[in-house]
Design a protein around this ligand. Structure first.
Ligand SMILES: *Cc1c(COP(=O)(O)O)cnc(C)c1O
Length: 434
């Protein structure tokens, strides 16, 4: 069985935890930069290649800025994500607006920013036309081919997914949009989630390149990009073989040479919208054991809960755990690692073999740099915690503070007496012993 090693030493983690109260998210700048660079290198064979980081995976401006500095674009899908791009000074074709069930005012906002708009359905042509002054020069269309060899638990079969349009609808959409004066087209699909295989992108690319070539041949459509979207996964389990982005990009290149080059379409740009692959491995939820409980199972109660990390509760997802400072010890105890929610499904790990743990131990929950903090919620009056960035020089920066009860009550300011902090606010208790 493989091993997973935290990106910070036990000493560093205890140091950080003595400055910032647990739990917190910690992101590794060096790791994010290195993965981002390998993605750029892997796809450098395609001159127009661009990665649009999926903002939803880790919507922290500090982290997104690092990726923008490396030449990434942004994939956004909601009003707040559009505003995130806008506040970061991103405009025009560096924004991919890939949404579904889209409110019309979000199309209007995306169009004002000059974003490339990816339509999830053929009927969205009218929704878009209703709110824009002129027909965009470029429109992207999201395909749902119904069948695809990569089905998995999170997405199910494409035919069972709500996303995208059928191929017939896509051809109708292109025909209509060409008639309306749209000049350039993009083709997009996201058909699986967290694929841990080097074959997903190449297989998808072949499918989409083939559609692009037929659009060109039958309708004379000018396809300028094919967007492979996200879905490239990470090895959450230590026994999994990590994806090799160079092998993946090489597989896409072969499909490109086989399908697009012979069709005279050697100028098509390849786009991706990876989120998980870029930041997933480079974030950790760091939490402290505050209770141990031995009934019919052995429980470790930690100071984080599903409000900090929903993936285990939502998808029964596995996140590897390292007990900080006990790395070399045998995992000869089996624990359920739980938070404080009044929900039995509030688990960060189930039946997990770990070294013997006691209150005070620090747990490093791996691979939470994507779809982690941002999925958190306030159920049970639990608050979301801080995000910290571990810089390459070893310094630590708080890049999001923890929520406070004032944040929790803020939206009640419509009720008299509820917007302001309570006179005797909580949190004055003696600090717990570490
Ligand atoms: C979620 C999502 C992504 C990112 O997916 P990952 O699996 O995190 O890479 C990209 N594009 C769209 C449209 C998405 O919804």
């Amino acid at each position: 069985m493989g091993r997973k090693t935290p990106f910070a030493t036990a000493r560093q983690l205890e140091d950080i935890a003595s400055t910032y109260p647990t739990p917190f998210y910690l992101y590794d700048e060096a790791g994010i930069r290195s993965t981002a660079q390998s993605v750029l290198d892997a796809f450098s064979w395609n001159p127009g290649y661009r990665e649009f980081y999926a903002v939803k995976a880790c919507p922290n401006p500090r982290i997104i800025q690092m990726l923008l500095d490396m030449g990434f674009g942004l994939d956004v899908s909601s009003e707040c994500e559009l505003q995130m791009a806008e506040r970061l000074g991103v405009r025009g074709e560096k924004i991919m607006f890939s949404s579904n069930d889209t409110p019309s005012q979000e199309f209007a906002h995306a169009a004002r920013l000059g974003a490339t708009i990816n339509l999830d359905d053929v009927t969205h042509i009218d929704t878009l036309l209703d709110v824009v002054d002129e027909v965009p020069r470029t429109v992207s269309l999201r395909l749902n081919p119904g069948e695809f060899p990569f089905a998995n638990g999170i997405f199910g079969k494409p035919s069972e997914a709500k996303f995208g349009m059928t191929e017939e609808q896509l051809f109708d959409a292109v025909r209509r949009l060409m008639g309306l004066g749209v000049r350039d087209f993009g083709i997009h699909a996201l058909l699986a989630s967290n694929t841990v295989t080097n074959e997903y992108y190449p297989t998808l690319a072949r499918t989409l390149f083939d559609v692009a070539a037929r659009l060109h041949e039958r309708l004379g459509a000018h396809v300028t990009f094919v967007n492979l979207s996200g879905g490239v996964g990470i090895d959450y389990r230590p026994e999994e073989r990590p994806n090799d982005i160079f092998a993946i990009a090489e597989g896409v290149r072969r499909a490109y040479e086989d399908v697009l080059a012979p069709a005279g379409m050697g100028d098509v740009s390849v786009y991706t919208e990876m989120g998980r692959f870029i930041t997933g491995p480079h974030g950790a939820l760091v939490t402290r054991v505050i209770h141990e409980k031995h009934i019919y199972h052995d429980y470790l109660g930690v100071d984080a809960c599903a409000s900090d990390l929903m993936r285990p509760m939502l998808y029964d997802a596995y996140h590897h755990i390292t007990v900080v400072g006990h790395e070399g010890e045998p995992a000869d105890h089996v624990y359920d690692v739980t938070g404080a929610l009044c929900e039995n499904s509030d688990r960060l790990a189930n039946a997990r073999p770990l070294p013997e743990c006691h209150p005070g131990d620090l747990l490093f929950i791996h691979d939470t740099g994507a779809h982690g903090h941002c999925m958190g919620y306030n159920y049970n009056g639990r608050l979301r915690h801080a995000e910290l960035l571990l810089h390459e020089d070893g310094s630590v920066e708080m890049i999001r503070r923890a929520e406070t009860p004032e944040d929790y009550f803020a939206t009640l300011d419509v009720l008299e007496g509820w917007g302001a902090p309570a006179a005797e606010s909580a949190g004055k208790a003696k600090p717990a012993r570490p």
